[in-house]
Design a protein around this ligand. Structure first.
Ligand code: AMP
Length: 394
């Protein structure tokens, strides 16, 4: 069975084609700068990598060319071989707590919820509509980033603000990266051979969020109403005192959305280091003794440790902590610094095992009170799995 996972952005479309018989990736790639000058695509399959500049006026062009190329390159013999398409969808508000078969109602909801994800939901609709036009009969599934967090109880998701903000405007914590946290939760449960686990999943990439997970269900997560909340990130501040916003607006003569833009794009590692949002650059500068890079690194670690501490109490103890995404999978120094700060909880890591990068590995020692794993995330596979499972339950 062959399934395509799609992640459509406003000017890009990423895809992975899976053979779900063994969950292997047959081909993957990205169409970029859609609707802009210099549009192009990259397709990887077997040991080949094809890159080409091509005019892509719309997402429909990208899908049409993708399908043509899959046939031209003999990756598939005919379009009938594609059994289903799974779409990464960002915001399903509190209506969607699991993946769904895409219908007109789902598309209308994505449109209705667009004020909650103004960049992502409209792009997700473009991706769906492109497939509907080019491959009208194919089975399609939507996998929401917010869905996994719908198991949070009101104490976790409510903000202590006038209740009418929640009731009238939907102001609450939604959480993001849900597909990744769900993949990590499932993979960790499989590795440990146990479903009933108290787990903290640390998805730390350029965007970052933590999730407290009990028996496979999300209890709390660090991102909030938007992906700006929670731990410090590459360019995002994470949690700050909201009174800073009007204060800086006045000081810098900016409006609210300009200051929010600063918090989204010019804060986090980039903001504190005044150098880079990439952890590799920060760590290299910190090694040279650069004070701002050291401060950025240490603040980053502190915000993660603070969340882990609070989730430890919320979960009533922790069986396993998992690191994933760009920093979590690759940055041995950051994992070490986080785990060293967790020594009071009985966390001990094996420094040699911690030197492994980008693969599934247990980095805690046998006498550590909490197991610590690195697990590369695979949201595309999770989307493909959901597509297969909804297809089977049709
Ligand atoms: P993601 O958003 O999950 O793709 O993560 C991207 C981020 O991962 C980059 O901005 C880097 O900060 C970080 N990253 C990737 N590789 C490494 C590495 N070897 N060491 C430290 N950080 C890394």
């Amino acid at each position: 069975m062959k399934i395509i996972s799609i992640n459509a952005g406003s000017s890009s479309l990423k895809f992975s084609l899976f053979n779900m018989d063994d969950e292997s990736v047959i081909a993957s790639g990205v169409f970029e700068r859609i609707g802009m000058e210099g549009s192009c695509y990259t397709i990887k399959y077997l040991d080949e990598k094809i890159e080409q500049q091509i005019e892509l006026v719309s997402h429909k062009d990208a899908v049409r060319i993708l399908l043509e190329k899959l046939i031209d390159l003999k990756i598939i013999n005919s379009l009938e071989e594609i059994n289903g398409v799974g779409h990464r969808l960002v915001h399903g508000k509190d209506k969607y707590s699991s993946s769904v078969v895409i219908t007109d109602e789902v598309i209308a909801d994505l449109d209705q919820f667009k004020e909650f994800a103004p960049l992502h939901n409209p792009a997700n609709i473009l991706g769906i509509e492109a497939f509907r036009e080019v491959l009208p009969d194919v089975f399609m599934v939507g996998v929401f980033d917010t869905a996994f967090h719908q198991t949070m109880d009101p104490v976790s998701y409510i903000y202590p603000v006038p209740y009418s903000w929640y009731q009238d405007y939907g102001v609450r914590k939604y959480g993001f990266h849900g597909t990744s946290h769900r993949y990590i939760a499932k993979t960790a449960a499989k590795l440990l051979g146990k479903e009933n686990l108290r787990m903290i999943s640390c998805h730390i990439g350029n965007g970052a969020s933590l999730a407290a997970i009990k028996d496979g269900k999300c209890i709390d997560t660090s991102m909030g109403f938007t992906p700006l909340a929670g731990v410090m990130m590459g360019t995002r501040s994470g949690d700050i005192d909201p009174s800073i916003i009007p204060y800086v607006m006045e000081k810098e003569g900016k409006n609210a959305s300009e200051v929010i833009d600063d918090l989204n794009k010019r804060s986090g590692l980039l903001g504190l280091s005044e150098y880079s949002n990439d952890m590799r650059d920060i760590l290299a500068k910190a090694e040279e003794g650069d004070e701002k890079a050291i401060l950025a690194r240490d603040k980053y670690v502190r915000t993660i440790v603070n969340y882990i501490g609070s989730y430890y109490l919320l979960l009533g103890g922790v069986d396993v902590i998992c690191f994933t995404a760009g920093v979590g999978e690759n940055s041995c120094p950051i994992r070490r610094l986080v785990c060293e700060a967790l020594l009071p909880l009985g966390v001990k890591i094996d420094l040699e095992k911690n030197n492994d990068r980008g693969k599934t590995v247990k980095i805690s020692t046998e006498d550590s009170k909490i197991s610590v794993y690195v697990i590369p995330t695979d949201e595309e596979l999770m989307i493909a799995r959901d597509t297969v499972s909804l297809m089977k339950n049709r």
